[in-house]
Design a protein around this ligand. Structure first.
Ligand code: FEO
Length: 169
C-alpha cells in the first residue's frame, strides 16, 4: 500500500512524464516544418512516445500498489524555437529537471521506508542516466558543428541512430 506522500509524489511524476511527452511532441512538430530536419523530427516523435511509456508505467504502478493514479491536466508546451541549438538546449534542460525529480522521489521512498517503490524507481534512475547522456552528446555535437551546413546534414542523418530514435522498449 502506498502512503499518501508517496502516492502524491508518484502522481506528480506522472504529470511530469506526460508533460515531457507533450514537450517533445511540440519539438517534433516544430522540427517537421523546418527544411531538412527529417532525422530530428523522427527523433522527437520517438522521444515523445517514450515519455508516454514512462508515464504509463508510473500510472499503472500507482494503481497496482493500491493507490489511485490521476490523469493530469497539462500545460501547453513551448511551441517554437529560435534555432536547432536552442531546441536541444531545452531538451537537455528538461531531462535534468526530470532527473532531479526522480532523485527526490528516490529520497522520499527511502525516508518513507517504501522499498517496493524504491526498487521500482531504479528503472527510472537508469533511464535518466541514458537520457542525460543522449541529450549532452547531441548538444556537444551541435556546439562543434556551429553553422556548418554539411555538419548539420550529417547531424540530422546520424540522430536516427540514437537509442531515443530506435523505438526502444
Ligand atoms: Fe521520462 Fe525523459 O524523462
Amino acid at each position: 500500500m502506498l502512503s499518501k506522500a508517496i502516492q502524491d509524489a508518484l502522481n506528480k511524476q506522472v504529470q511530469m512524464e506526460a508533460e515531457s511527452s507533450q514537450a517533445y511532441l511540440a519539438m517534433a512538430s516544430w522540427a517537421e516544418i523546418q527544411p531538412g530536419l527529417v532525422g530530428v523530427t523522427e527523433f522527437f516523435y520517438k522521444q515523445s512516445d517514450e515519455e508516454r511509456v514512462h508515464m504509463l508505467k508510473l500510472l499503472r504502478f500507482v494503481n497496482e500498489r493500491g493507490g489511485f493514479a490521476v490523469v493530469p491536466a497539462l500545460e501547453q508546451p513551448t511551441l517554437t524555437f529560435t534555432s536547432l541549438k536552442k531546441l536541444f538546449e531545452e531538451f537537455l534542460k528538461h531531462e535534468l529537471k526530470v532527473s532531479n525529480s526522480i532523485n527526490d522521489l528516490v529520497h522520499l521512498s527511502l525516508t518513507e521506508k517504501d522499498y517496493a517503490t524504491h526498487n521500482f524507481l531504479q528503472w527510472y534512475v537508469n533511464e535518466q542516466i541514458e537520457e542525460e547522456r543522449t541529450a549532452r552528446t547531441l548538444n556537444d555535437k551541435l556546439e562543434l558543428i556551429g553553422d556548418d551546413k554539411s555538419g548539420l546534414y550529417l547531424f540530422d542523418r546520424d540522430i536516427m541512430n540514437y537509442r531515443g530514435a530506435e523505438g526502444k522498449k
